[in-house]
Write a new protein. Sequence first.
Length: 447
Amino acid sequence: MSERAQLDILRPRVLLSAYACEPGKGSEPGVGWNWVRQLSQFAEVWVLTRANNRNSIEAAIGERPLPHVHFVYYDLPRWTSFWKRGGRGVHAYYYLWQLGSYFVAKDLHRDVSFQLVHHATFASCWFPSFMAFLPAPFLWGPVGGAESTPGSFWNSFSSRGKIYEILRSLSRWRGQCDPFVRATARRAAFALATTPETEKQLRALGCAHTGVLSLAAIGAEEFQMLAHIPERTSGPFRVFSMGRLLHWKGFHLGIEAFARFHRSHPESEYWLIGDGPERHRLEKLARDLSVAANVHFWGELPRAEALAKITECDLLLHPSLHDSSGWASIEAMAAGRAVICLDAGGLALQIDGGNGVKIPAVSQQQAVNAIAAALENLANNPALRLQYGRASRLRVSEEFNWARKAREVHSIYDRLLASNPIVAPGAGELQRLGNKPEVPAYRGDTF
């Protein structure tokens, strides 16, 4: 038997629950697809995902096969799809999908005898993963959801935004009371949180072994494309923000800060790339602050066009109030752009003081003043701005890439497999031998 064949036999059999999994997409669908690609390098992976993703997945693997990946598709009955229209019932749909997919996974486990079960996308501390009830070591995450908007910012929200925050708080409370969420936490052999706030919540729910792993990452091909974007040393000073125009993204703080900064830099511009329910309110705010001519709303652009806009801008302003990840900042950093963000959520893990500016999220006025001051400083110090950009690109290449994420998860897989002995691959029944030893806390890529 060849060495390659022997290695293939030794690959752990992993069930990956990836509700969102679609090639060529950003956000959660892209996360799911990247986990599949990376984890299949060292494991035999069965991916349980939505049937809705099937066409794009099969087209992608037709061009670039994944020999160690087996896709299993499941969706709720067609009549339930009305819940997702407008996004209002997506949480209920997802909860029921989780429940239904458990029975698919249970039958699959009877045939395959998985050595590990990993719930990887749409992982939230508000919702259970019924995959935890399969008789195999369960890895939960990266999990997000515990991040919250400081109460001092609520007055700056629209009525729609305030209602959203109230409903979000109620959903978090429901999750804390959900016995299935607590059972998921107790049954997790290990849980990865996207932020320290979520890690604290996971421990409160009953997770014995936890760690923090930022979900934000970029693939090697996309990094190479962005890394070739040249530094910007001429033209009007131009700031950009990218993402859905939602109240909690904090773009209203960005416009207010830009208006203050604009008084001393009248040629400067602020570009907003994306669309959403807050657009009209943000456009009105720009008019009211007399900066409408210098604040450009580009709307939702194809991904390639959106990324191309980075070449025409000097830095990213990302004033999100409770982002678990923040892919826009990772893309900007890979392009060598400095980042200004709030010291909140997952973004706080990406900026270390040497590649951008983190603003304490104390109050609306304090944040606006601090962002304006940061814009002033970086506009007046192009050398510092370029220094931050170079440090940003280096940080992405070393830390926020999918190969690094895969190595970190691989190390967790190895520890979980070592602490849960099972029969050799190919046997018909999973067996636990002896007591499960303690799995020490995880930080970075070491235990």
